[in-house]
Every structure is written in C-alpha cells, then in structure tokens.
Ligand binder design. Sequence first.
Ligand code: ADP
Ligand code: MG
Length: 227
Amino acid sequence: LKQAEKALERLAEIGELAAMIVHEVRNPLTTISMGLNAFKKLQLSERFQEYLSLSLDEADRLQRLLDQILLYARPQTLQRSHLELNSFIASSLSTLKTPSAALGKHLKLIAATAPVTVLADRDKLKQVLINLVTNACEAVAVGETITVRVQAIEHDQIFIQIHNGGVPIPVEFLPNLTKPFFTTKASGTGLGLAIVKRIVEAHDGELRIESLAATGTTVSVQLPLTH
Ligand code: ADP
Ligand code: MG
C-alpha cells in the first residue's frame, strides 16, 4: 500500500511539473502568435505570406498541444453530479453541430428509449464527447454522418457509442490508440484518446474501440448506471 501511495504521489508530481512547464511555455507562445498576427497587415510577397501562415498554423498547433497536455497531466479529480445522458448528450452535440457542419459532416443522436442517469463530471464527460466526435469527423469524408447512440444495457451499465464509416483502423494500431502521442495525423497531438481513457477510467468506466471494413469504427464508452 505504501508503494502504491508513493507511485500516486509521484504521478501527481509529474502532473504538476507538466502543468508548470505548460504555463511557462504558454505565455511566450501567446506573445509570438500576437507578433506574427500583426505581420498579416503588411503587404508581403507570396513567399513570406506562406512562411507567415505556416508559422501561425504551427503556433496554433502548439497552443492546442499545450491545452491537451494540461488536460492529460492534471490529476483526474471528479466533480460528480447526476446527469441524464439523453439530454446531456443532446445539448453537448448541439455545440458540436456547427463546427462539424462547417466541415460538411453531420451528427445524429440516437437517444435511449428511457432516461438514463449517471453520476459523472459534466465538463470531463463533455470533453470525452468532444474528443470522440472530433476524431470521427476527421475520419469521414464530406457529406457523411457520425452517429452517437446512448443505450442502457443490462440493469446497471450504459453505453455511449460514437460510430463513423470510412477507412477502418489497421488492427496493428488498435493497442496503441490510447497511448499518449500516438497519432497518424500530420497535425494531430495524439492525446485525444489518451485523455478520453483517463477520464472514462476515473469514472469506473471502460473504453472500447472496434473497427471493421464492413461496419466502420465504433468507440464505446461504458459507464455504471445510477439508480
Ligand atoms: P489525434 O486525433 O490527435 O491523432 P487521438 O488520440 O485522438 O489523436 O487519436 C489517435 C489516432 O487514432 C488517430 O491519429 C487515428 O489514427 C486513430 N483514430 C481515432 N479515432 C478514430 C476514428 N473514429 N476513425 C479512425 N481512426 C481513428
Ligand atoms: Mg483526436
């Protein structure tokens, strides 16, 4: 038990260190982005415009990376409350609809037939949905639909399933998907699923990822139902 406590303490220290580094890097990065943005007003040659837009894109990417490192490294202390999932997911998806529609991807919710209540951290569960829906959007072609299904299973468990078609995930990637920094995307951070896994496990839940050529990719979040 002593050793487990020590290991937890050490993890918390690493998390705090990561958070400190993120804060130290974030401020100068903001200054750099602001400086670069100011150059946009100048009449630049095509070549310099290209450098500028590349630099701005990279600064944005670093900013997102820092945000995600914070989400990942922070200790997962939960602020739990009773959440009715059908309505919670409907309202979370409505904020994701606009950015998805801008990319030409549609979101569809299949709610459970009866209300389902879980004891969960609202903000963290929303983060789970954001990360999973974002991945699904990035995986499908324009015009396709991403389906989110809420389902009560057995008498004490619920499923939230995010499904998308498109190219399936190669089997050899499956064990690596939730490892921090694993990405197949040119500008991915590889932290999306690592964060999801941490949050789901903090809720005593389970994360499963299935991908088949015939049916596409389904990511399932299983959580204990609250009676
Ligand atoms: P990122 O999105 O930054 O690459 P993630 O941790 O969110 O990092 O995802 C890791 C990898 O898992 C992705 O790069 C992609 O290869 C794969 N992946 C995740 N979700 C899906 C999905 N819905 N369909 C296909 N591949 C996916
Ligand atoms: Mg992602």
